[in-house]
Design a protein around this ligand. Structure first.
Ligand code: NDP
Length: 516
């Protein structure tokens, strides 16, 4: 069992917090692996003051200076990958592979990506205008760091989804306070320590450990809030941000559908359904949460998926290759999973494999396949966030599409068909921030593409140009050359002749449009 030595900066201890620490439990064993401070509003205010004081010098590093630190951090992460993996495993109970493939690889890629791309996305843009009043002037769009960014993260991916958003915020020249989930604070503390070793100046990145109220206090002090978590908390965060008139970017829950058409490569579709519904024990915002399969291939698909899911090993991860499905990280999540499965059974669904909590130490749920499901059941309409896959038979693609869109969520979706043109056409009709054809979830790895939710799945996006520009304000700069008129024609004093002439000029410019 790996435990980490926690680095708590001096200011994280002391009376500013609630006085009681937060015990961090390994969900796979029930063992307490560390205790962290539960910071109160005063401590958060002090951190904010320190973060603000540190920011101008960090901004003055420039893109190159900041890139040097981020690239050192990339190397640090790879050099210390095993320590980071065991820290993630110790506080989430996920498998070593889930930590390596979906967190270390993401972090490594993200440090390099933002170090390289920040100047391209944020460099000054010379703008050409068609508007006659600004002809001959120099027009510049400039991105300037907002100052102090608050990042609030969930427990399912402590590196990718909590810490990950700090990287572009830092690359843009901001200082950051990260409030990780109270359930999984250790990875954030370790990575902040790593960044310090790599030359990130003191207080540019601080970790505010604590519970919900610590997150709420953070919103009172920052210039922008980047939130990842449930839709329920996301609404509260949006309200608090609106009161302060600061921007909020929200990455929220999902209920991602998978559509399998009768011409699909069923072996591939079944492998993807199995992996992307069970990976990270189903605790991924863009995991496959429900499948719709055309009736012609339904039985074969269900048989393949059931066999594959039945073969999965669930339990305490001891090392790489020991289990496929790890623990349920957040205690109340287990109740939600049991509730959704129980509700489905009570309404007539059949469990083909799994369906129960695993007895014994730790918090595990059997990889579960459920059929004979419909939209009266929670398992088809609410976020389950567990190792479950309900599969529903549909008449045709139109019915699948209608059901896929029958949800308040809109994070991701996937379509499986050998006719990729038709698959793309269907993908375009799904109301979701991302849709993949013959694949799932992989859009997250394309850091050039926006990753964000439609409908109740969020506001704004991470990755791509928007994923770093949101940490900046835009400034429009207009420079009129030295050799310019002393007075421009539209200015005082108004003279009837000049005004009429200008009126005729505007009519000439804009009045010749077609009128059908
Ligand atoms: P929560 O919404 O419960 O918590 C998210 C974070 O917000 C935690 O750090 C939490 O602290 C904090 N928080 C709680 N109350 C407040 C408040 N009033 N003000 C500010 N912050 C607060 O989400 P979970 O941690 O349960 O994460 C799971 C959810 O995250 C799922 O719905 C999942 O779909 C979603 N998610 C979305 C992703 C996306 O990219 N769209 C990616 C990953 C997950 P504490 O934990 O200490 O209570």
């Amino acid at each position: 069992m790996a435990t980490v030595e926690q680095h708590i900066p001096e200011t994280h201890n002391g009376s500013a917090g609630t006085g009681e620490g937060i015990a961090v439990e390994n969900p796979a064993t029930g063992e307490i692996v560390a205790t962290v401070a539960d910071l109160g509003p005063e401590a958060v205010a002090e951190m904010a003051a320190r973060g603000r004081a540190a920011q101008p010098a960090w901004a003055a590093f420039g893109f190159e200076g900041r890139a040097r630190v981020l690239l050192r951090a990339q190397k640090w992460l790879m050099d210390n990958a095993e320590q980071v993996v065991s820290t993630i495993v110790s506080e989430t109970g996920k498998t070593y592979e889930d930590a390596m493939f979906a967190e270390i690889s993401y972090g490594g890629g993200a440090f390099g990506f933002w170090a390289k791309q920040a100047p391209h996305y944020l460099g000054d843009e010379r703008v050409k205008s068609s508007q006659v009043l600004v002809k001959g002037k120099k027009l510049i769009l400039r991105f300037r760091p907002l100052g102090l960014i608050g990042v609030i993260g969930p427990w399912n991916y402590p590196l990718t989804n909590s810490f990950g958003d700090c990287i572009p915020a830092l690359a843009a020249g901001n200082s950051v306070i990260l409030k990780p989930s109270e359930i999984t604070p250790l990875t954030s503390l370790l990575l902040a320590e790593g960044l310090r070793e790599c030359g990130l100046p003191e207080n540019v990145l601080q970790v505010a450990t604590g519970r919900g109220p610590t997150g709420a206090a953070l919103i009172d002090h920052v210039d922008m809030i980047m939130f990842t978590g449930s839709t329920r908390t996301g609404r509260k965060v949006a309200e608090a941000a609106a009161r302060r008139l600061i921007p909020a970017s929200l990455e929220l829950g999902g209920k991602d559908p998978m559509i399998v058409l009768s011409d699909a490569d069923l072996e591939r579709a079944a492998n993807f359904a199995t992996y992307y519904s069970m990976q990270n024990a189903g605790q991924t915002c863009i995991s496959i949460e429900r499948a719709y399969v055309e009736e012609a291939v339904y039985d074969e698909f269900v048989a393949k998926v059931s066999d594959k899911v039945r073969a999965l090993r669930v339990g305490k991860p001891d090392d790489y290759g020991t289990v496929e499905v790890g623990a349920i990280t957040f205690p109340p999540q287990l109740d939600t999973i049991k509730d959704h499965v129980g509700d489905a059974i009570q309404k007539g669904a059949r469990v083909l494999t799994g369906g129960h909590q695993v007895a014994g130490a730790g918090r595990f749920f059997e990889p579960t396949v459920v059929v004979d499901v419909d939209h009266s059941m929670k398992i088809m309409t609410e976020e389950t966030f567990g190792p479950t896959l309900p599969i529903m038979k549909v008449r045709d693609a139109e019915e699948a599409l209608r059901l896929a869109n029958d949800t308040p969520y809109g994070l991701g979706a996937s379509v499986f068909t050998r006719d990729t043109e038709r698959g793309e056409a269907i993908a375009r009709r799904i109301e979701a921030g991302a849709a993949t054809v013959n694949d799932a979830m992989i859009n997250y790895a394309a850091l050039e593409l926006p990753m964000g939710g439609a409908k109740a799945s969020g506001l704004g996006s991470r990755h791509g140009a928007g994923g770093i520009r949101k940490f900046c304000s835009q400034q429009a700069i207009v420079v009129t050359p030295r050799l310019a008129l002393k007075r421009e024609p539209h200015m005082y004093p108004y003279k009837a002749r000049t005004s009429r002439l200008l009126g005729r000029f505007f009519k000439f410019l804009y009045g010749r449009g077609r009128r059908d």
